[in-house]
Design a binder for this molecule. Structure first.
Ligand code: CTP
Ligand code: MG
Length: 226
């Protein structure tokens, strides 16, 4: 069985709107709901992780019959990894899931083919993350803002979500992380990298699978440009 955790408990500081970006209305529905609707046909259960005081609102929005018994809502935490772990613990109360997909609600333009490909690779390799080859030249800078060196672009990938894992492997990593936390954990694959020896497969994502972060990103989506 596959479960999905959709992370929607951030504060959206870079967007700068009063309503957090994941609750903005996009094409007639809350932004986070685009991800819920994309994952619903692909998994058995979904946990939406929301800010604690927005849990009742999200539960109400997801009370329609198509979500009944398939979608649960739980409260997130201070950091993304706190929210991810809260979602995983919630998923564990719902059933015995062998696999879990974790997805940022902010990536509201995710399409079925990307989810399908991550599921395929997660089953083949144990862990898989959506990613696209880097298109830009990327340089490493020093603390003073001067170029240190140019990185080899042919080896660089931009990491997206969904990210899929054998749930037991991800939980093993998260438990080790919370016992002895390190900095720089900005996605779930980082947990496997830092705390386990399990390999992570890069699965071709999509350049349109953007993470809505600033108002320019919303404009791209509303104009139908991506
Ligand atoms: N997220 C979460 N819990 C947190 C922080 C982030 O569930 N404590 C979620 C966000 O809602 C988002 C995803 O993780 O869907 C990726 O985070 P990001 O795009 O950085 O969103 P925010 O943290 O909300 O935005 P910002 O960093 O600009 O404040
Ligand atoms: Mg953030």
């Amino acid at each position: 069985m596959i479960g999905a955790v959709i992370l929607a408990a951030g504060s959206g500081k870079r967007m700068g709107t009063t309503v957090p970006k994941q609750h903005m209305t996009l094409k007639g529905k809350p932004l986070y709901m685009h991800s819920v609707d994309a994952f619903l046909p692909m998994v058995s259960s979904i946990v939406v992780v929301a800010q604690q005081d927005r849990v009742p609102e999200v539960e109400k929005e997801l009370s329609g019959s198509r979500y009944q018994g398939r979608v649960s809502v739980c409260a997130g935490g201070e950091e993304r990894y706190d929210s991810a772990y809260a979602g995983l613990k919630c998923l564990e109360t719902l059933g015995d899931f062998e696999y879990v997909l974790i997805h940022d609600a902010a990536r509201c333009n995710v399409k079925a083919d990307v989810i399908f490909n991550v599921i395929r690779d997660m089953k083949a390799y144990g862990a898989a993350v959506a990613a696209v080859p880097e298109k830009n030249t990327v340089k490493q800078a020093n603390a003073e803002g001067f170029v240190e060196k140019t990185l080899d672009r042919t080896k660089l990938w931009e990491i997206q979500t969904p990210q899929g894992f054998l749930k037991a492997h991800l939980m093993e990593g998260y438990e080790a992380f919370f016992a002895a936390p390190v900095d720089g954990i900005t996605d779930d694959a980082s947990i496997l990298e830092a705390y386990t020896a399990y390999p992570v497969k890069l699965t071709m994502g999509s350049y349109g699978n953007i993470k809505v972060t600033t108002p320019e990103d919303v404009a791209l989506l509303t104009n139908g440009r991506i």
